[in-house]
Ligand binder design. Structure first.
Ligand SMILES: [Zn+2]
Length: 381
């Protein structure tokens, strides 16, 4: 063999065994499958699964599409009476071990004689939480846990939160000037951010099950609270916090009856107002206190099946969510416009905190240019 060719042959020690390279690609493929049903599976997580042979060829695959529909493992294994003994099942989330709307997937894996399983992350659901993996191992299945673990955990921020806390995942959305203002002193606010940021704001609405505003925002801005950019996307349930339920009949909130509307009111709401709202097709949740506590409202909304909420303001309501520590994510659209007037309203109301050590602290996750603006995403520490 001529020497210039032999140079290109890797010595044996440098050839990586395929197990160290291919499994991650297979798990990333399972993650891509899971994402096909993003925002469509609540209250369930999105999950992807695939069956591969030792050469890394994908024999079959599947993902969870909707609540009540087959789990990803069921989809991936449906073509087999028994899977080939050398095949490995890759699944982004631990197979379930409990009876939900469908029978446990761990049992199905045993029935189909799956011998090797690679799991992305454990299921935080207290009903599963390692039991699925334990059951498989007990029956002699080889199970590896934690491949691309953080990517698999990141697939399901909403599920990971609600299944453990029994509270919805809360995103705060704000569009502000460079100095954190949401309008001019006159109230003029259209538009602080540009068209691209506003379009993304509409997309955010369709990515949450419900959208929340305070009664002052309804009064001042009369927002439609719908996703008007992405046709065919889901429309969120609309929720207004209003202690006395004083919502004007002509507001878009009451006039547009396309999606469910909920008013969170306090115990001092007048019967007449309560009946009026109900006559407009609104569900009214009456808190035991004059001013509904955010935690109480979130518990109630969770029992109605709401797992994710987008809070759009106003400043007072945002302040209440932050004071009670009930915020998960911040999506801040930051404009380059500088308002710089003490009379201009800010996006968050007075938190009444004296020490810097006690203020809410968001840890930034990403900054994305969006037209002339920036979208800053962060998580409350
Ligand atoms: Zn399952």
């Amino acid at each position: 063999m001529p020497s210039e060719v032999s140079e290109f042959i890797l010595p044996q020690s440098m050839i990586l065994p395929f197990e160290t390279v291919i499994p991650e690609e297979l798990m990333q493929e399972a993650i891509r499958l899971a994402r096909k049903a993003e925002y469509q599976t609540e209250p369930n997580p999105i999950v992807g699964a695939l069956l591969a042979d030792p050469q890394g060829n994908i024999l079959s695959s599947g993902f969870h599409q909707k609540p009540g529909k087959a789990h990803a493992e069921v989809m991936a294994l449906q073509g087999f009476e028994q899977v080939p003994p050398e095949a490995t099942l890759y699944v982004t989330l631990e197979p379930c071990s409990h009876f939900g709307k469908t029978p446990p997937c761990a049992e199905l894996l045993l029935q189909k004689q799956v011998k090797q399983v690679v799991v992305g992350c454990l299921d935080p659901n207290p009903l599963v939480a390692g039991r699925g993996v334990a059951l498989l191992r007990e029956k002699g299945v080889q199970v590896k846990v934690g491949l691309c673990e953080q990517d698999c955990i990141d697939l399901n921020p909403v599920f990971n939160k609600h299944i453990v806390t029994h509270l919805p995942y809360v995103t705060l959305k704000a569009a502000t000037s460079l100095d954190g203002k949401i309008a001019m002193p006159s109230g003029e606010s259209q538009w602080i951010t540009g068209a691209e940021a506003r379009a993304y704001g509409h997309l955010l609405r369709s990515r949450h099950q419900a959208i929340v505003v305070g009664s002052q925002t309804l009064l001042k801005d009369n927002p439609q609270l719908t996703n008007r950019i992405e046709p065919g996307q889901r429309q969120p349930i609309r929720i207004a916090f209003s202690s006395l339920g004083n919502i004007q009949e002509e507001t878009s909130f009451l006039q547009n009856q396309e999606t469910q509307r909920i008013v969170v009111a306090g115990c001092e709401i007048k019967d007449k107002q309560l009946q009026f709202l109900q006559s407009m097709g609104v569900k009214v949740l009456v808190a035991p206190t004059a001013r509904p506590a955010v935690r109480w409202a979130l518990e109630e909304l969770y029992t109605l099946g709401i797992c994710s909420l987008l809070v759009e303001g106003g400043a007072e309501l945002v302040g209440s969510f932050l004071q009670e520590g009930l915020v998960d994510q911040l999506c801040l659209f930051l404009s380059g416009k500088l308002i710089a007037s003490p009379e201009a309203p800010a996006w968050c109301g007075n938190l009444g905190i004296s020490h810097l050590a006690d203020v809410p602290h968001f840890k930034f996750k990403s900054v994305k240019p969006m037209g002339d603006d920036l979208l800053i995403t962060g998580y409350l520490q």
